[in-house]
Every structure is written in structure tokens, then in C-alpha cells.
Design a protein around this ligand. Sequence first.
Ligand SMILES: Cc1ncc(COP(=O)(O)O)c(C=O)c1O
Length: 380
Amino acid sequence: MKVYLDNAATTRLDEEVFQAMLPYMKEDFGNPSSIHAFGRKTRSAIETARKTIAKSLNVTPAEIFFTSGGTEADNMAIVRAIETYGIKHAITSKIEHHAVEHTLCQLEKEGKIKLSWVNIDSKGNVDLKHLEELLKANPKSFVSLMHANNEIGTLLPINKVGELCEKYESVFHSDTVQTMGHFAMDLRAMKVHMVTCAGHKFHGPKGVGFLYVNHSIKLKPLIYGGAQERNMRGGTENLYGIVGLAKAFEICNRQMTEHQDHIRGLKNYMIGELQKNIAGVEFNGEINEHSLYTVLNVLLPPSDDAEMLLFNLDIQGIAASGGSACSSGSNQGSHVLRALGIDMTRPSVRFSFCKYTTKEEIDYAVTKLVEILKIKEVVK
Ligand SMILES: Cc1ncc(COP(=O)(O)O)c(C=O)c1O
């Protein structure tokens, strides 16, 4: 049996998305910048995709910039907003994705900003009091805090952070890569200046995403070249990627409640099964309503087989991860778990679910996990 429980790393392409992309890989291949009919057709497909995404986020199409994915969108937001506005101080947390953390650290290394780290608790919740203290001492800062943590699933109270940023005249960027397509968002009502998206996290294609930039923010491009993306990102567009991204977004919005209920149900079921079958099991990050329903990070009891756990799961056909995709196959690499003060001698496994995940797959994964851990004792 092959069981894919690593959907926070990436997801399977939806068949409907694939079908929407196909014509743009074959007959509709014109360069969107060409003025002839071939080009006009693909230009129209890109602008329709932009409108679909903008409409579901309640923003204008002019606020959506297509990128090569989450990492580029995060880089563009951080590097260009800090430069454009001459910002000298930034605030972030120790559990951000490397697309954010490494970008900000690089700017600090280059002497462009001073970086402050907001306190987080052991479940990954941001200390809002500390955030306000930092903002009070450093108004007009750049704040980057992720909407949902990709490793532990803890959610940020994004509107509360937005209100604090507004109070202290700061620019607020949130990495929403794990929540886009999973929660309905009205960005007009949210006090966030920039958010990011990666299509492959919700059954869209890889290598495509977008950056939303509120109309009040003006950025310089990150990539210079042609006039694509209204001069904000040179380079011939990833046409079929953009078409697929918009289709995936449309499907998510159409089926959101149904999928939320299905996935949340499976996550809660897995929590229960793990608690029933593994004495001393705990969970990293929140598992309540302040948590992303697609992610479950399990902290297992100490085991001799800890090092080999992901490898053994893989042998049984189960794909899970020890942290973010870049540290799949290793428990050592998680900067997030380390920042939370989690006991790194105990194995942690991130299981992440999607609309295709079934109860049978969860049962199989729990059974194999118990076998691998060689746990004999059953909790009554
Ligand atoms: C929270 C978060 N931010 C950014 C990224 C990077 O996105 P991409 O792979 O599209 O560059 C990821 C993907 O793992 C992510 O989970």
C-alpha cells in the first residue's frame, strides 16, 4: 500500500487542473506578450486567471503578481518592501519558513536592517504583548509572521497582528502558503499588506504562485526584464502554471467546506487512534481550532528506532516528514521544533492530509507506526 501523508510538502495535481492546463501546453502556446491572435488568447487566459484569484480574495486583479511560487513571493515582499520604504528594523519569529527567515537574516548580514525575534510559546503561538513592545520601541518596522506554520500547523491571529502593525505604522507581510486554498480569505477586510501563495500546496502545479500586494504599497520589481506583470516581474509567464493555479484555487473555493470537514475529521480520527495505541504520544503545536486542519505533528515516546523512523515508514509505503520538505528524511533539520524547545531525542513525525486522504490510509499509517515503534502496551 502506498500512503501519501506529506501534503504540506506538496500535493497531487487535481485531474480537473491538469485538463485545464493541457490546451496551453499544446495548441494554445502563444507568447502572452505577442500581439497576434495566438498571443492575445494566452494573454486573456492569464488575465482571466488573475481575475478568478482576485475575486475569491476580494481584491483587485492589479494587486496580484504571479511568481514562481512561495519562495519568490516571500523574497519579493521582504527584499523590495524593506528597500522601497527604507525600513531599518524587521520583526519575525524563529519558526518561519526558510524562505522568510533566511531572506531576513541575509538583509541583516548585509547591514540593511536590525532584526528582532518575537517570543513564541512552546506551541508556536506568537506572544502578542512582546510583539507590541517591539513595535512600540521600533515603529515603522517590517513585520513578517506566517499565517500557519508548515511543520506544526499553529495558526497566527493574523487580524490582531495586522491591527498592531497598523497602530505602529508598520508594513505587515504574512506567508500564507499553507493557508491559501485551505481557508476562505477576504484580504480587503484583513489588515495585511502582502501575502504569498504556492499552487502546489492545494493540488495545483509546482513552480507557480503569487504575491498579493495591497494597493497602498508600491514595490520595485525583484526581477528586471520585460514588461510582464505590469513591469513587476520580467520574463515570459508560466502560462499553463498560472492557468492551473487559478483552476486549483477555483476548485478549492468551490469545495472548501466539504474538504475542511473531511480533512478535519481525519485529523481528529488520527489523533484519537494515536492516543489509543501509543502510550505517551503528544502533539507538537496546537491541535485545537488555532491549528491548520491539514497538519498533525506527532511527538512520539523515546524509541531506539527514532533515527530510522521515517525511513521505516517509507519502506512501508508511507510518506511523511520530520519537518519541512527540505528536511524530509531527517529529524535533525527542524529549526521549528528546536525553537519550540521540543525534546529532539524523541522522534517527531509530521503527517499532513488532503482531500484525497482516506480513513483506511490513516488506519494503515497508525498500524505501521505502532509496529515500527514496537509498542506492545495498549492504552486503555
Ligand atoms: C510556509 C511556506 N512558505 C514558503 C514555502 C515555499 O514555497 P515554494 O516551494 O512554492 O517556493 C513553503 C513550501 O514548502 C511553505 O510551506
